[in-house]
Design a protein around this ligand. Structure first.
Ligand code: TXA
Ligand code: MG
Length: 344
């Protein structure tokens, strides 16, 4: 199959969106930009089309998909909502929040991987929004990477993974946020964070007093432990090289990095301020030391760049586990399979 890449913002958006929505309506797959990462979408009512998402990604059949809607009220069409859903939706939708709700019958089990719940998200990116609207159906979409790889935040990285596998990639430029949405499970009066993202605990606490973070967000699952979200149990986001995180409270990062630069074919993910102190070879600057937002935004791009450099190892700072860097901590600790030099 030939994979077409069409760029938005050059006067052809209506044509591109018409073409893309026709593919979705016909049961095909389209990769599209969102504010978080690129998604690989299909008609969420079409069980067969959604099975093709799993095939295209090589995704384990027990890992459910997120269903994207054009406005938060559309959740009624696919799920049983409650008051807390509307409180969260009014504050954070459209935007990078996904809420797990009991599913209605219209959503096939191929979307939810056999679960009776469905993940609902209303993206704010205008291309994503219009694609859902023009398609006239909710769009089931995981991140548009091959399973296990870092989520793509540019159309080029979607192409690297999906060339020849899907008919169309909509190129909407680099994603603003750069990590996937915050995923929460809710009851009538409590929120459990299953995956951290740009909507933080502090932000959720402004809506609900009872917010907890699932243990698997921070710690490794114990042998035989059943995760709250199937996605928690898979190795994720991994570059081809071996990634090591360095606890810079216990180990001097610069000394270690200089030693590795001399002895290994490695890349170093360093703060911008550290560049002059390191050898100018395979450096992957993550942003300024205090700029968590920029570091988070660049994370997946840099993991992909490490692959392009064809290095054997990558060394990076262990992020802090505090609320505002929790999304980055969670992705990095999983990308390195919990290999932290100096310990956590
Ligand atoms: O930002 C995002 O959320 C992106 C863009 C494309 O919207 N999508 C995304 O989808 O990251 P995906 O499939 O890569 O991640 C979905 C996560 C998985 O960890 C999955 O296990 C979890 O959400 N999930 C989906 N449905 C669930 C359900 N019913 N119960 C528990 N977890 C669920
Ligand atoms: Mg994913």
């Amino acid at each position: 199959m030939k994979t077409e890449v069409l760029k938005t913002g050059e006067g052809n958006d209506e044509l591109i969106l018409k073409k893309a929505s026709d593919i979705i309506k016909d049961g095909g797959l389209v990769a599209f930009p969102t504010e978080t990462v690129y998604g690989l979408g299909a008609n969420a009512y079409d069980a067969e089309a959604c099975l093709n998402i799993f095939r295209a990604k090589g995704r384990p059949a027990d890992n459910p998909l997120i269903v994207h809607i054009a406005s938060f009220e559309d959740a009624e069409k696919i799920a049983y909502t409650n008051e807390l859903y509307y409180k969260l939706a009014k504050k954070f939708m459209p935007g990078p929040l996904t809420v797990i709700l009991p599913k209605k019958e219209v959503i096939p089990y191929s979307v939810t991987a056999g679960l009776d719940s469905v993940a609902v998200r209303c993206p704010v990116n205008p291309v994503a929004h219009k694609l859902i609207e023009y398609s006239g159906v909710p769009i089931a979409a995981p991140s548009a990477n091959r399973s296990g790889r870092p989520s793509p935040t540019t159309a080029k990285y979607v192409f690297d993974d999906m060339d020849g596998i899907i008919p169309l990639i909509i190129d909407g430029g680099e994603c603003d946020i750069g990590v996937e949405s915050t995923v929460v499970k809710i009851t009538d009066d409590s929120v459990t964070m299953l995956r951290p993202g740009a909507v933080t605990c502090e932000m959720l606490l402004s809506v609900c007093k009872n917010v907890t973070v699932a243990d698997a967000v921070i710690n490794e699952l114990k042998d035989g432990e059943k995760p709250l979200s199937p996605g928690m149990k898979y190795k994720h986001y991994a570059p081809k090289a071996n990634l090591f995180l360095v606890n810079d409270k216990k180990i001097d990062f610069i000394s270690l990095a200089l030693e590795k630069q001399r002895s290994e074919n490695c890349a170093i993910m360093c703060f911008d301020e550290e560049i002059p102190r390191l050898e100018n070879k395979n450096l992957l600057p993550v942003g300024k030391k205090d700029d968590i937002r920029e570091q988070t935004r660049r994370l997946f791009i840099l993991l992909r760049r490490a692959d392009e450099l064809k290095v054997d190892t990558v060394y990076a700072h262990l992020p802090s586990v505090e609320d505002k860097s929790l999304a980055m901590y969670n992705r990095m600790i999983r990308a390195c399979a919990h290999h932290v030099l100096g310990g956590v």
